[in-house]
Ligand binder design. Structure first.
Ligand SMILES: NC(=O)c1ccc[n+]([C@@H]2O[C@H](COP(=O)([O-])OP(=O)(O)OC[C@H]3O[C@@H](n4cnc5c(N)ncnc54)[C@H](O)[C@@H]3O)[C@@H](O)[C@H]2O)c1
Length: 453
């Protein structure tokens, strides 16, 4: 078997998972022949990583030379890990230059660029795979399995709430994610994971979206209103601010960003209470599905704990999944939460919320029972990451849970956030069929799975 020739496009934080997979477990079938990355420090970081793995250094190209790279290096597949708003252009150019594409979520951030991807796929007949790693998490797979098995009957509605804490959630307000033009806001950047889960759990497509929300915690205006304005752009690094990120504390962040910023001015650690934040931190949506089900969804990005709760109502009963990923963000000794300088932290406040996951089913007229969540193996996300990488690099097997995703799933997942963003602007519900993406106009497309089968 000849190796498939890969190029990574955008060599920042996320690309490491792919670089390590190509040079490690899948080195017998994949070869990293090129890196397309404008920042020389980040490009060198990954070249060194490949060489350290005992493999030949990949060639490095600037984004302007993407087509030249694909031809000169005979690239079979590119892996797009650049900023969200750059995905569409990089996908279309790669397809036109003769490569297939693997792309990180979100597929893209708005409807015109999604339509351009759709046209390029039709024009070239090439393949675009989108990596929805959340599907592979054993707890999410377990929920899909029981719905698919008919355990709770026909799904009538879903109630889904996701909370990001003041550590992870705050991180979306430091760099490019904080600007809607670059990320589509959390409704696209983050919630496309969540909307994909719902589409896939209930095997239906979103039809109409109404959204409400705003920036109510982070950002300069909110800080000023709470009397904590005029903060330094990158923190004081005196260990007294619970919201600052000190890149020197993390070797990888230091190497990828602090030591690279001289070349492009990309600051990874900007203050979360600064001017210029154009995304929301509190969001609520109502989504109608083709199947007749309704989704109520909420996202909060400044919660004291992190995790999610989803309840799926069906004609035979109800399934509930509760996940606590972090019970509390505790202030360190001598570190004072800036939002309430008088507050003293509870010390062991995480103990009321032990980290963990629980999937409960209750059928009508019966007692509730817990469904075991079986880890898929070692590795990240209960072994889910390894399953995803196997599907990407070995090819999707005949997965009874239909976890491998293609561009249609990517479009359906972002359609909720894109319609939600329009709804936030207009105050009106938005029909996804009117977004201008042909795949979504095609009447009642039950699901991308149905189209494929
Ligand atoms: N599936 C997940 O759970 C998950 C997690 C993290 C990130 N992501 C996604 O991965 C992608 C990358 O995120 P990240 O955190 O690594 O971002 P990043 O900013 O660390 O990396 C992006 C890289 O792209 C480079 N770049 C800039 N302009 C470019 C261009 N024109 N062409 C090619 N490269 C260019 C940047 O210099 C940078 O090195 C995003 O789309 C993000 O949404 C997904």
């Amino acid at each position: 078997m000849t190796n498939r020739r890969y190029a990574v496009v955008g060599a920042g934080h996320r690309s490491q998972m792919y670089v390590d997979a190509i040079t490690g477990r899948y080195a017998d079938r994949a070869e990293l022949v090129a890196i397309c990355e404008p920042n020389p420090v980040r490009a060198q970081y990954y070249m060194d990583r490949v060489v350290d793995a005992g493999l030949p250094a990949p060639a490095v190209y600037a984004p302007a030379d993407l087509e030249g790279m694909i031809r000169a290096q005979r690239v079979d597949r590119v892996i797009v890990c650049a900023r969200d708003d750059l995905h569409a252009e990089l996908i279309v150019r790669s397809l036109d230059a003769g490569a297939d594409v693997v792309v990180e979520k979100p597929l893209t951030i708005d409807a015109p660029s999604a339509a351009a991807i759709e046209e390029a796929i039709e024009r070239t007949g090439r393949e675009v795979v989108i990596t929805f790693n959340y599907r592979y998490s054993p707890r999410n797979s377990a929920l899909r399995q029981l719905i698919q098995d008919g355990t709770i009957g026909e799904v009538t509605s879903v109630d889904f709430s996701w909370v990001l804490d003041t550590k992870h959630g705050a991180d979306y307000f430091r760099r490019w994610h904080r600007e809607k033009v670059h990320s589509g806001g959390l409704l696209v950047h983050k919630a496309s994971h969540h909307f994909d889960l719902v589409n896939w759990w209930i095997r239906s497509s979103p039809r109409r979206v109404f959204a409400s929300g705003g920036l109510r915690f982070y950002g300069a205006e909110n800080a000023a209103a709470r009397g904590i304005g005029n903060r330094p752009e990158r923190g004081t690094h005196d260990g007294a601010d619970a919201f600052e990120l000190d890149l020197r504390d993390d070797e990888r962040l230091k190497a990828l960003y602090l030591e690279a910023e001289q070349h492009d001015g990309y600051l990874r650690d900007r203050d979360v209470f600064a001017e210029g934040i154009t995304i929301e931190d509190n969001l609520a949506l109502v989504v109608d599905y083709d199947s007749g089900a309704t989704l109520s969804y909420s996202l909060n990005a400044h919660s004291p704990w992190e995790g999610y709760r989803v309840a799926v109502n069906g004609t035979l009963g109800r399934a509930e999944l509760e996940v606590i990923e972090r019970g509390a963000v505790l202030a360190d000794e001598g570190l004072h939460p800036v939002l309430d300088p008088s507050a003293t932290h509870a010390g062991d406040s995480g103990s009321l919320r032990p980290e963990g996951e629980r999937l409960i089913v209750q059928k009508h007229w019966e007692a509730a029972y817990e469904v075991p969540i079986v880890a898929a193996g070692d590795g990240g996300h209960g072994g889910g990451d390894e399953l995803l990488l196997a599907d990407v690099f070995e090819g999707p097997g005949d997965d009874p849970l239909a976890r491998p995703a293609d561009w249609r799933d990517g479009v359906r997942s972002i359609s909720v956030g894109i319609a939600g963003n329009i709804s936030l602007e207009t105050g009106l519900p938005v029909n996804v069929a009117e977004l201008g993406i042909r795949f979504l106009e095609a009447g009642t497309v039950a699901s991308a799975e149905a189209v494929r089968s």
